[in-house]
Ligand binder design. Sequence first.
Ligand SMILES: [Zn+2]
Length: 80
Amino acid sequence: MARTWMKIPAGTAAKECAGPNCSVSMYFIPHPKTGRPHPVSCELEAEGAKAPTATEEGLGVSHFTTCVDRAMFFGKKANG
Ligand SMILES: [Zn+2]
């Protein structure tokens, strides 16, 4: 499956996922298509993901696709 990689600007603040079984750091960035804030996470380091630092941008994928509690996102609101 192809993944959609998204760049995370340097200095983007991390937020912990609210999923009860998930506690990864997410970074909210504007979705390239909708412009709405979208959570991106960087746990797929083996595939090239990297968390942003204060001075370097990061790279991640939509947390909707990797979250172990992703049903939570789709249960609450219909904006997938
Ligand atoms: Zn999560």
